[in-house]
Design a protein around this ligand. Structure first.
Ligand SMILES: [Zn+2]
Length: 152
C-alpha cells in the first residue's frame, strides 16, 4: 500500500516536472518549427528559381528532378537535429544530404543564392546575415577547440 502511494507521489511529481518542461519545450519547438519552415520556404524558392532558368519550367511547376530535390530538402530540414543551433542547411557542417543531392543543392545555391536577392530581398538578406553569423560562429568554435586542444 505504502509502496503504491509512493509510486503515485512520484508520478505526480514527475508529471509536474513534465508540465513545466513541456511549456518551455513547446516554446522552443515552436521557434524551431518556424525556423524550419522559413528554411524550407527559401530552399524551395531557390530550387524553383533555378529550375525555371535552367530547366525551362514554368512558375510553380518545377521539373520532376527539382521537385524531388525540393521534397528531399524539406525532409532533411524537418529531420535536422541541429535546427535549433544552425542557421541554414547549406551552412551546416554536418552534411546530412546524400552526395548526389548535396551536389544538386550546391548547384542551386550557387545559381539562386545571388539571384534571389532581386525577387526576395528580405529573404535573401536574412539568409546572408544568418549565413555570415553562422560562419563566424563555426570559425570561433573551431578556434576555441583548437586552443583548448593546445592547452590540454
Ligand atoms: Zn528542374
Amino acid at each position: 500500500m505504502s509502496k503504491e502511494l509512493e509510486a503515485k507521489k512520484q508520478e505526480s511529481k514527475d508529471s509536474n516536472v513534465n508540465e513545466s518542461l513541456s511549456k518551455e519545450e513547446k516554446r522552443r519547438k515552436a521557434k524551431i518549427r518556424k525556423k524550419c519552415e522559413s528554411e524550407q520556404l527559401i530552399v524551395s524558392e531557390m530550387i524553383e528559381l533555378f529550375c525555371r532558368k535552367k530547366h525551362g519550367s514554368s512558375k510553380g511547376e518545377p521539373c520532376a528532378s527539382c521537385r524531388e530535390l525540393i521534397d528531399y530538402a524539406k525532409l532533411r530540414s524537418s529531420k535536422c537535429p541541429f535546427m535549433e543551433t544552425k542557421t541554414f542547411c547549406a551552412n551546416c557542417k554536418v552534411h546530412c544530404y546524400k552526395p548526389e543531392m548535396r551536389e544538386k543543392i550546391r548547384e542551386v545555391m550557387r545559381y539562386s543564392g545571388p539571384r534571389i536577392l532581386f525577387s526576395h530581398p528580405l529573404m535573401a538578406t536574412w539568409h546572408l546575415i544568418t549565413s555570415k553569423r553562422e560562419k563566424r560562429r563555426i570559425a570561433k568554435e573551431e578556434q576555441k577547440k583548437a586552443s583548448t586542444a593546445k592547452t590540454t
